[in-house]
Design a protein around this ligand. Structure first.
Ligand SMILES: [Zn+2]
Length: 770
């Protein structure tokens, strides 16, 4: 007769083990199901590593990239809103291949009068259009905004044959460009500048009716070299409007001639400041270079308002020079107010700069340059020190668009100067996001045309961290105790998207032209996936080191998704194939649930499970060596009676003595015996493996948090059963109590089941969601 004595002490987990409900799976097996583990390595999805790109995710010994250097003379005609340019491109072929032709991008051809881009969508009547879009679509002739190419010549002045295919131009070379050689050629071009507020263009002008002036934000305005590399050959996928840009690095010398009363800034360092600045502007600029805590006004609102009233027929040429950039953009207007401050990064000073018409004030003079400076500090801390000499934020209506060292941002107060919190935070957020794009993809130069998430997702993730840090940097900007209202990044925010209609969701690993909802697909979901990876799967230390490693390995280079995926594993020793597979290659979602709880007691007699096992195989019970068994209570009622202590045995030992034969009595006495045993079955209807974060509560009021690793799902991605023991009765199980995993349905997360939300509450939540 065993007399088991149970200690009533604090909770103790003697052991927790996992058993997999294999039988249930076999029964539910779908036809063709191969028991494919979600944890299968991504060998089939990934390109084979080679000497260009290593298996570690680093550039390989033969990694190369092409270089395109530009010397350009640009002239803006402010009267007719036209732009003219001549450019000399010097292209260096660092690839091992000889090139018979070069591909040049003519992005403005997306706006030719007969552009196929206008006819690309076949999804019928939309839910509703903005008045501008409606007018643009149904009430106006399409705008004639394509490139006019005057000539393409080699450096001796001889015409080069070229063929334009929509937004791509093939320039045929007289003799193939040998590996290691350079080729220089000239292009003369012009085009009509669009009103970007009507055409949803990333570049163009806004016209201000009250004073008759335009503010220009000009980009992808010149024929630009396409990327040639080891992955795509020529990356000459057409520009349809959504898939952004793929560009090689190079050096730029750009002279831009504009009306003499314009203020201009752009990519690169100004070479002739004394020619284009007034004396006052020069002395204010000298002050700004030493102002580390707040911006100094270079052109005041009063000066800008005075300039608005004129229209100079004279011109000025602004000369800019930039090294190792992948693109060039500029902004110009007589309406611009201009401010700057210095930001110290390591031993270097960077200029944080803002340009805005008076319509942006008072919001812009208060927050723009501060947000630029904060972004440079925050992003540098998480990646590498910002390597360029300046970063400019330009205010342009409804714009959020990035170029090296310069970006366009929205956020306009009401006419009377008042603004809502929504406008303020929207403006700070877009500035963080667009200035942040300097890191991804301007410096870590991924292929935006093919992979929108590599720049948008990584940048939105970084943006989330910078926003959460904004309040610490500028406590006055945020009400006390308020959290910065980030639009994307928090796991719960992606739930409405991931739980949506599967027929309108594409995997993150899709081309931006082919997805239904580009915002959540390329921005929100990857940003959330990285945030969860950092906070819940890897932990900050491992994640931050790996993310920095990726940033350093690929700065001023061209990474692919595999280079990112591989580096994150290589630098952390965390197997993440399951995570990339689930979050990036599928549209599975997270839904973890408590399915069932069973209660057990301890016995030294074979339990029913063992008896069935023996009977099936014809093995007599007497063949068993002594064992300890957990036997299920017959009573399904989980508010169980006292544990049965009439455990039958021929032995006279206590259970403890029976189990711990090789210990001394003192050692045995120190070990606490559990009284309650539970088998808890969790299931995963969403199919996306995740760490199983569980909060157990007990009758004595104590709480125990356990995070089971995602590997619990490796043999069965649908269902697992965990066994726990305790000295006091279990009263509650709650999965993911802090909502860290983007679980789409939390009504099945608890035992006992929590009261369900009413249909009305659900409906309200649905409307609130993004
Ligand atoms: Zn972006």
């Amino acid at each position: 007769m065993i007399r088991v004595k149970y200690a009533f002490a604090s909770i103790l987990f003697l052991f927790a083990s996992v058993t997999f409900a294999q039988e249930a799976v076999t029964k539910e097996k779908e036809p063709g199901h191969t028991n494919q583990s979600k944890f299968k390595q991504l060998y089939e999805e990934f390109a084979t590593p080679n000497t260009y790109r290593s298996a570690s995710g680093a550039p390989g010994p033969d990694y190369y990239q092409q270089q395109a250097d530009y010397v350009m003379d640009i002239r803006l005609d402010d009267k007719d809103a036209k732009i003219y340019g001549t450019e000399t491109i010097t292209y260096t072929n660092n690839s091992p291949d000889d090139l018979e032709y070069l591909w040049v991008q003519l992005d403005q051809n997306v706006r030719t009068k007969d552009s196929k881009a206008l006819l690309k969508n076949g999804s019928g009547v939309s839910l509703g259009d903005s008045p501008e879009k409606f007018v643009g679509t149904y009430m106006t002739e399409s705008f004639d905004g394509g490139f006019n190419i005057d000539y393409v010549k080699d450096d001796s002045g001889k015409a080069l044959p070229f063929t334009v295919n929509f937004t791509m131009m093939r320039v045929d070379l007289p003799t193939p460009l040998k590996s290691g050689d350079k080729f220089s050629f000239d292009i003369k071009w012009n085009y009509n500048i669009p009103d970007h507020t009507v055409n949803r263009a990333r570049s163009g002008y806004e016209f201000f009716e009250e004073d008759g002036n335009r503010a220009y934000v000009i980009a992808q305005f010149f024929p630009r070299m396409a990327v040639y590399n080891d992955v795509e050959g020529w990356q000459n996928h057409q520009f349809w409007g959504n898939g952004e840009f793929a560009l090689p690095f190079g050096n730029y010398e750009v002279n831009i001639t504009v009306p003499a009363d314009h203020i201009l800034d752009g990519t690169g360092l100004l070479q002739n400041r004394k020619e284009v600045f007034t004396k006052e502007m020069m002395s204010r600029y000298e002050q700004a270079k030493k102002s580390y805590d707040k911006p100094v006004i270079i052109v005041t609102q009063a000066e800008a308002e005075a300039a608005e009233k004129g229209f100079s027929d004279k011109t000025k040429t602004w000369k800019l020079k930039a090294e190792n950039v992948r693109d060039f953009g500029f902004a110009t207007s007589r309406k611009f107010i201009w401010d700057m401050q210095a930001v110290k990064l390591g031993s270097r000073d960077i200029m944080a700069v803002s340009m805005y018409p008076k319509e942006g004030n008072p919001l812009w003079e208060e927050y723009s340059t501060k947000a630029v400076a904060h972004t440079l500090r925050s992003y540098s801390a998480h990646t590498f020190d910002y390597p360029y000499p300046k970063a400019i934020s330009v205010h342009a209506k409804n714009q959020g668009m990035e170029y090296p060292m310069i970006c366009w941002n929205y956020g306009r107060p009401n006419k009377d100067g008042t603004y809502s919190d929504r406008t303020k935070y929207g403006m700070i957020s877009v500035i963080i996001h667009e200035v942040g794009h300097n890191f991804f993809p301007m410096i870590v130069n991924s292929d935006e045309r093919q992979w929108g998430w590599m720049d948008e997702g990584l940048d939105t993730f970084m943006q989330y961290m910078a926003e959460q840090e904004f309040g610490e940097a500028f406590p006055a900007a945020i009400a006390p105790n308020d959290k910065y209202p980030s639009r994307r990044g928090d796991p719960a925010k992606i739930v409405p998207y991931m739980s949506g209609d599967q027929s309108t969701i594409s995997p993150i690993m899709s081309n931006p032209e082919n997805v239904f909802q580009l915002g959540p697909n390329a921005y929100g979901k990857p940003a959330t996936a990285l945030n969860i990876l950092r906070e819940t799967v890897m932990g900050r230390e491992l994640f931050d080191h790996a993310f920095k490693t990726y940033s350093h390995r690929w700065k001023f280079k061209h990474p692919t998704p595999e280079d990112f995926f591989r580096t994150m594993e290589d630098a952390s020793a965390v197997d993440l194939d399951w995570y990339w597979r689930g979050w990036f290659y599928t549209t599975d979602y997270v839904d973890l649930a408590v399915k069932d709880i069973k209660k057990y007691y301890v016995s030294d007699q074979p339990n029913k499970k063992m008896q069935a096992y023996l009977a099936e195989r014809g093995i007599p019970e007497s063949n068993l060596r002594p064992m300890v068994y957990l036997e299920e209570f017959d009573d399904a009622n989980m508010v169980a009676p006292e544990l049965k202590d009439n455990l039958p045995s021929e032995s006279s030992k206590t259970l403890k003595e029976f189990m711990m034969d090789n210990m001394t009595a003192a050692e045995r006495a120190a070990i606490k015996e559990p009284k309650y045993f539970y088998e808890i079955t969790y299931n995963s209807p969403g199919g996306l493996p995740m760490p199983l974060i569980v909060e157990y509560t007990y009758a004595d009021g104590s709480v125990k948090n356990v995070t089971y690793p995602p590997e619990i799902w490796r043999k069965n991605s649908k269902e697992v059963s965990m066994v726990i023991s305790s000295v006091t009765e279990l009263t509650g199980v709650n999965i993911d109590p802090k909502m860290e995993t983007a679980d789409i349905d939390t009504t099945n997360n608890s035992w006992p089941k929590k009261e369900q939300e009413s249909d009305f509450d659900k409906m309200k939540d649905g409307i609130k969601g993004e």
